[in-house]
Design a protein around this ligand. Structure first.
Ligand code: NAD
Length: 505
């Protein structure tokens, strides 16, 4: 197909965006961005070096006083213009996101891009709505008020599964609150983060407010996290890398925000609408080829519905159309890379000995063999403590297990190290009420699975991390609170000085 986006030309100046300009990296190492649907490279660029990270942090630090000093109204105006620019360029963003990730174009067009435009509009509004206690005399002799201040230079790291949305989730609350930022996207998917930063500049955000370093995790990533001039790290990625990031951040006493892996349970009680649960399980497990930290991965189905659920999911998975991501009829694209596809296949192969592959469990044959495709897969009969039930697979693989008593279902739903998201399927408000209270996850859906919204928080419990993305909750996390307290008495010896001077006058 003719490439309407001309990637190599578009990023001819390089894949680093520092101080308002695209420029090349200086690491001496080349990285390919590969179309996972074909295995063909679409861009070769030079990765960021630690010196490039230093330059980006310096640009962000230089921009900080001006941006933090802008009024909330000025920042809000810039973000409103930014949302308008993104909406105008929606087609380019959707194309580039599908090109670098293999996402079906209907997913990029209907989810990734409009979600990002909406997030930008949300933070344009939030910029004018910092809340806090009112100024007043909380002690009779003093007047207190609270300032919410920008923190400084934020260093953020994002994964490859939703590159545009992850860049937006990191950049928007930070800059709405008056901070400046250096974002490191996953090195295999930098395109839409760079485009996002360029669009911010075109919308009038000053140079240096948003910087992108496209570098590897081990050097550019770790250097950013450990940088003494970076005051906060916000990381989204795997739990294993999150632990390493936490170790480094601790060394420089940074504020830390970790959005890590997930293994979301999908809990179906015996009074659930079976058709809704089957549809929800297929859509919720296959979205973005299952490369979604909140994807449904473990379906627990109460015994009376179990057989019908397994049959219904297997049948519906068989109707899902794998194909060219740019074909509007394609439901499921490839995984992000052949390496990742092989990793997913490895989980399924290891499960084969002790569980039943109901459907899928292989790469498709025929014309898709050059791409990193994997068939929608349903696995039954696995033990709760097995790898396939406990570990994050990050592919189009759903495991299904039966349960009897309600208590048992809730206990099994909580029985992994993760706690990012979960869903509960029932028509009984008391059952769903109890399950939503007892499930340890940052988001629990009732009779649905996946929807997210800019106004409400996203973030984990347990090994899924801490801190929130999106919503006013995340906005506040990018500010620091200062209590200012004025003496109102004007007397040289205050009443409380008694604790030092006793009853001497
Ligand atoms: P990953 O942890 O391998 O990489 C994430 C980012 O960290 C990349 O930019 C990578 O270059 C960087 N990185 C790697 N090693 C690093 C190091 N030593 N120091 C600093 N940075 C380093 O994750 P991934 O494979 O890109 O993404 C998939 C993971 O992300 C899954 O576990 C998924 O659940 C998680 N995820 C979580 C959320 C959430 O909101 N909780 C959202 C999306 C993805």
């Amino acid at each position: 197909m003719v490439d309407p986006f001309q990637v190599q030309e578009r990023f001819a100046a390089g894949a680093q965006f520092i101080g308002g300009q695209l420029r090349p990296g200086t690491s001496g190492r080349t990285q390919d961005v590969v179309n996972p649907a074909t295995g063909e490279p679409v861009l070769s660029y030079e990765l960021a070096s630690t010196a490039d990270v230093d330059a980006a942090v310096a640009a962000a630090a230089a921009a900080f006083p001006g941006w933090a000093g802008a009024t909330p109204g000025e920042r809000s105006d810039a973000l409103h213009r930014f949302a308008a620019v993104l909406a105008e360029e929606a087609g380019d963003f959707a194309y580039a996101e599908s090109l670098q990730c293999g996402k079906p174009i209907k997913l990029s067009t209907e989810f990734d891009v409009p979600g990002t435009v909406d997030n930008t509009a949300f933070f344009a509004g939030a910029a004018r709505h910092l809340e806090g206690v009112s100024a007043g005399e909380y002690s009779a002799d003093h007047t207190s008020y609270v300032r919410r201040e920008a923190i400084g230079v934020v260093g953020s790291i994002a994964p490859w599964n939703y590159p545009l949305q992850m860049a937006a989730w990191k950049i928007l609350p930070a800059v709405a609150a008056g901070n400046t930022i250096v974002l490191k996207p996953a090195e295999i998917t930098p395109l839409t983060s760079l485009m996002f930063a360029e669009a911010a500049r075109r919308a009038g955000l000053p140079d240096g407010v948003v910087n992108i370093v496209s570098g590897a995790g081990r050097d550019a990533g770790e250097h950013l996290v450990g940088h003494p001039d970076v005051v906060m790290t916000s990381f989204t990625g795997s739990t294993a890398v999150g632990k390493r990031v936490a170790e480094i951040a601790t060394g420089t006493v940074k504020r830390l925000h970790l959005e890590l892996g997930g293994k979301a349970p999908f809990l179906v009680f015996d009074d659930a609408d079976l058709e809704a649960a089957v549809n929800g399980a297929v859509a919720g497990s296959l979205i973005n080829s299952g490369q979604d930290c909140t994807a449904a991965t473990r379906a627990y189905v109460q015994r009376p519905l179990y057989d019908a659920f397994v049959a219904g999911v297997a049948e519906l998975m068989g109707t899902v159309r794998l194909g060219d991501p740019f074909d509007p009829a394609t439901d499921l694209g490839p995984l992000i890379s052949h390496t990742h596809r092989d990793r997913v296949a490895g989980f399924v192969e290891r499960a084969r000995g002790h569980a039943r592959i109901v459907t899928g469990g292989a790469a498709p044959r025929g014309e898709l063999t050059n791409g990193a495709y994997y068939l929608p897969t349903l696995i039954a009969g696995a033990a709760q403590d097995s790898e396939i039930v406990q570990s994050e697979i990050f592919g189009p693989v759903l495991v299904v297990l039966p349960f009897d008593a309600d208590d048992e279902g809730i206990r099994l739903a909580n029985d992994t190290p993760y706690g990012l998201a979960a869903s509960v399927w029932s028509r009984d408000v008391y059952r769903t009420g109890r399950a939503t209270r007892e499930i340890k996850a940052g988001c629990v859906w009732v009779n649905d699975h996946i929807p997210i919204i800019s106004d409400l928080p996203h973030g984990g419990y347990k090994a899924s991390g801490y801190g929130k993305d999106m919503s006013a909750y995340s906005f506040e996390e990018y500010t620091q609170v200062k209590h200012v307290m004025y003496d109102n008495t004007a007397v040289p010896r205050k009443d409380w000085h008694r604790t030092i001077f006793g009853d001497r006058p």
